[in-house]
Write a protein that binds this ligand. Structure first.
Ligand SMILES: Nc1ncnc2c1ncn2[C@@H]1O[C@H](COP(=O)(O)OP(=O)(O)OP(=O)(O)O)[C@@H](O)[C@H]1O
Ligand SMILES: [Mg+2]
Length: 253
């Protein structure tokens, strides 16, 4: 696993919202085709860190970021690469499924349109993305139905389909299962394990069992800092830091 090339990295990252420092000297690398879980108590900066990789703070005037974010060694905040390109190469799935009030088909097709995918290719890509997200069998006869009529778990898989349709290199997931029942959660977890063959995945989760089921690597954050990172098994069974021990044993958080 340690031989995998580095896909994504943060170097010496500090981030402030106004005067409040929320990320402190973050240094971390994410290997290619590996699932990494980000864990830590509420408010420790997990979402904030994830969002940096998607340039989501670009529109927040009070966010100030220092340090570097690299995708294949390219600085994703460099003027040479647009936020749109960064978001195509680094897709994001949110806690709450954010389907558009349009048809199932259009939810995926829209991203293809704005990314100039030739019209003739779109139906095939939509179908493929739905198959890869294990949603095809459930929706293939109803592609014109409003996406908002799908169940929560189906909508979340549609959001994943929308993301994979653009063939990103990295998928960021911020608590993608927190609003789902155990069966839908199991489906998404299976999907994540399947997707890692082709993608590098970062997932924020509060579910310690989930991290152990699906993540190869785990990163533990506390008050804006990375306290410890390593193989998931070592983080959960043999943590080196007392804070990590307390957190993974459920003593706080
Ligand atoms: N846009 C913003 N403006 C100001 N402060 C913010 C903003 N976004 C996040 N924060 C603050 O940054 C800190 C980290 O928030 P973040 O959402 O990254 O935490 P988290 O680890 O994802 O927590 P949770 O597990 O509850 O989702 C919090 O103190 C939060 O209040
Ligand atoms: Mg969060």
């Amino acid at each position: 696993m340690s031989n995998e090339p580095i896909k994504l990295a943060a170097q010496h990252v500090d981030l402030w919202f106004g005067k409040k420092q929320v990320l402190k000297n973050i240094n971390i690398t994410f290997p290619k085709n590996i699932v990494t879980a980000l864990i830590g108590p509420s408010g420790c900066g997990k979402s904030t860190l994830l969002r940096c990789f998607n340039r989501m703070h670009d529109l927040s005037p009070d966010a100030h970021i220092e340090g570097k974010f690299l995708l294949d060694e390219q600085d994703i905040y460099n003027q040479k690469i647009s936020a749109t390109e960064v978001r195509r190469r680094i897709g994001m799935v949110f806690q709450k499924a954010n389907t558009f009030p349009k048809s199932i088909y259009e939810n995926i097709n829209y991203g293809l349109k704005i990314n100039d995918v030739p019209k003739a290719d779109r139906p095939g890509i939509v179908e493929q993305a739905l198959k890869e997200s294990y949603l095809w069998d459930e929706v293939k006869d109803n592609l014109d139905m409003p996406a908002t009529r799908l169940s929560g778990g189906q909508q979340q898989r549609l959001c994943i389909a929308r993301t994979v349709a653009l063939r990103p290199e990295v998928i960021l997931m911020d608590e993608p299962c927190s609003a789902l029942d155990p069966l839908s959660t199991a489906k998404i977890e299976e999907l994540i394990v399947e997707l890692k063959k082709d993608y590098t995945i970062l997932i924020v989760t509060h579910n310690m069992q989930q991290a152990q089921r699906i993540a190869d690597k785990t990163v533990f954050m506390y008050l804006g800092e990375i306290i410890e990172s390593g193989n998931t098994k070592s983080i959960f069974t043999d943590p080196q830091e007392e804070l990590t021990t307390n957190y993974v044993k459920g003593h706080f958080g």
